[in-house]
Design a protein around this ligand. Structure first.
Ligand code: OXD
Ligand code: MN
Length: 599
């Protein structure tokens, strides 16, 4: 391919000289290329084609046991100054990091093809979209990027001769000696050899040693959250770890809602939720990331920068997510699930009885009584958004969709009520700053317990969290309060004395969405409490689920227990200390005001 973009051509040449691949392939994004890549991987024993009668167009990969999730302790933010990375990023001096990584990159693609993947985050041509180019030695990355983003010639066309792009370098970190046979999941097996590095000032990403998910598909967490977060701060918009859904009420009125939920809190399920309430409809715009910019009318418009879903498989069932179950019946890549004897896939929590025998995610024989899970807890599907049954027709609208409400939430057994409406924008940002969740399997090496996870961005921060929260506060000053989305704190995970979830969840979460929509339209009833506006008694519609939850149990998860909130305040104060003098004043004021309201 003849590259018009001279800077891009020069950079490709520079990386080629450093990584020394056998050849270079510039991805055109065609179906033929996708199929060819898969064939190469099947022939090499890296991929298994599933039974076309059971799962047409589907393939299974098994990763190396050391390479199954994001590696947060090997994720680095190499800003020029350490104080700009703040307390939640692993800071490394950019020059030292580059020197170390250049040594690793030197000759790292020997025996391999170097793929150049031009990709667009967001619909090509949208004023909210941005372009990146990922150089990778992994054909698995090429096919996953083809699903998760828009790749190839059309992107080069949009880039033109001098368009801006984010430079992303990725290597699995396993050069091949002459004649050496490739392993079925090449990577650098030791955790210390993995690097997921970001150079925010240069808008550059360097990844080495892992081939899995967010470590390797650099458009997702690395670009769309960490680097885009810095771009958003500098350019005055928001790059957030949020789903985007469309909800239509029985009268046909449409609302768009974003939602920030930490990993493993049912975010994909909520994005595709099937409401149990008659007359209500939910459609999907995005399940993981939202980029939001103000429109000329002063409202925030969101796009989904991705083009596919990289969803957690275990637990996905006809009950938790019927739309995803339909979506992954075809043209989907599975990683780290079980392979049944008839060439289908199986996973825990799928609502399908376990077969008597299968091959587990590590490639070993498995039987239901063997005491090991068949699928890894962080096994994933990669599947095009366009084939999701609940996808909204406007999901690729270049203008984005106007956002009326933002949900924030986490997985908390106590204290945090089912839903809480913020009093105003600053109070909403305060709630975003204190949200927390129990730790997840999406990342390796985390201690158990609740971790505060502002706007579910903790693992995805590209700069100082204090500055990030200030950016949210500043965003609220840019429009009239009536035009800003209203912020709601949700928690589906309250538990009773027997450690059982009180709220039925899944499709019933639509009842909370209904209350939120009714609040937006002015008919929903609420009571003012010291922590925010909670649904008035009877305001959450329990019609038809009285056998699942009683009004008394609902009252329990809508209470404000003063003693636990006072404890919560102690823990928030402790957490705020880490922001030092970069804690926004507005947030200290919010905390003081909450304490006063409670006492
Ligand atoms: C994800 C995550 O993979 O948030 O989306 O961990
Ligand atoms: Mn996510």
């Amino acid at each position: 391919m003849n590259l018009k973009h001279k800077e891009l051509a020069a950079w490709i040449e520079e990386v080629r000289e450093m990584c020394k691949p056998d050849s270079v392939h510039i991805a055109d994004g065609s179906k033929e290329e996708y199929n060819k890549m898969l064939q190469i991987m099947i022939d090499a024993g890296l991929a298994t084609a599933l039974n076309p009668e059971k799962r047409p167009g589907c393939f299974l990969f098994r990763s190396h046991p050391s390479d199954v999730a994001r590696v947060e302790n090997r994720t680095f933010i190499a800003s020029k100054k350490q104080e700009d990375a703040g307390p939640d990023c692993n800071w490394v001096d950019p020059e030292e990091l580059k020197a170390d990584m250049r040594k690793l990159y030197d000759g790292c693609m020997k025996g391999r093809v170097m793929y150049v993947i031009p990709f667009s985050m967001g619909p090509i041509g949208s004023p909210i979209s941005k372009i990146g180019v990922e150089i990778s030695d992994s054909p698995y990355v090429v096919i996953n990027m083809a699903i998760m983003t828009r790749i190839g010639e059309k992107v080069l066309g949009a880039l033109g001769a001098d368009g801006e792009f984010v430079r992303c370098i990725h290597s699995v970190g396993k050069p091949l000696n002459d004649g050496e046979k490739d392993s079925s999941w090449p990577c650098a097996p030791s955790i210390d050899q993995k690097y997921i590095s970001h150079f925010p000032e240069e808008r550059t990403i360097w990844s080495y040693g892992s081939g899995y998910g967010g470590n390797a598909l650099l458009g997702k967490k690395c670009f769309a959250l960490r680097i885009a977060g810095v771009q958003a701060r500098d350019e005055g918009w928001l790059a957030e770890h949020m789903l985007i859904l469309k909800i239509t009420d029985p009268a046909g009125k449409v609302y768009y809602i974003c939602g920030a939920l930490p990993s493993f809190c049912g975010k994909t399920n909520l994005a595709m939720v099937v409401p149990t309430l008659p007359g209500w409809k939910v459609e999907t715009i995005g399940d993981d990331i939202a980029w939001m910019k103000f429109g000329e009318d002063g409202r925030l418009y969101a796009i989904n920068p991705e083009a596919g879903f990289f969803g957690v498989v275990p637990g996905t069932s006809a009950q938790s997510n019927p739309n995803a179950m339909k979506q992954i019946e075809r043209d989907t890549i599975f990683t780290n699930v079980g392979l049944t004897d008839d060439g289908d896939v199986w996973w825990e929590g799928g609502g399908i009885p376990a077969p008597e025998h299968l091959i587990d995610w590590e490639g070993n024989d498995w039987t239901p009584d063997c005491g090991r899970p068949a699928a890894h807890a962080n096994a994933r599907f990669t599947s095009p958004a366009a084939q999701c049954p609940s996808i909204a027709p406007e999901w690729e609208d270049p203008a984005g969709v106007p956002i009326s409400a933002i949900l924030i939430g986490g997985r908390r057994g106590g204290t945090i009520p089912l839903v809480n409406e913020s009093l105003d924008w600053n109070h909403g940002v305060f709630l975003g700053s204190i949200m927390g969740s129990e730790t997840t399997a999406a990342a390796i090496g985390l201690a158990a317990g609740v971790r505060r996870d502002p706007f579910a961005m903790l693992p995805f921060m590209g700069y100082h969290t204090g500055d990030y929260l200030q950016h949210w506060l500043n965003t609220g000053k840019k429009s009239d309060s009536g035009k800003l989305p209203k912020i709601y704190f949700v928690n589906w995970f309250r538990k009773d004395e027997n450690d059982k979830f009180i709220w039925p969840g899944f499709g019933e979460n639509s009842r909370v969405l209904k209350w939120i929509v009714e609040r937006l339209s002015g008919i929903g009833e609420a009571v003012e409490t010291p922590i925010g506006n909670l649904p008035a008694p009877g305001a959450i519609d329990l019609c038809g689920i009285e056998d699942k939850i009683s009004e008394e149990s609902l009252a329990k998860i809508l209470d404000v227990d003063k003693a636990s909130w006072l404890e919560e305040i102690v823990s928030i104060k402790e957490n705020y200390k880490k922001f030092g003098d970069r804690l926004p004043e507005e947030l200290s004021e919010q905390l003081d005001a909450l304490e006063k309201r409670l006492s």
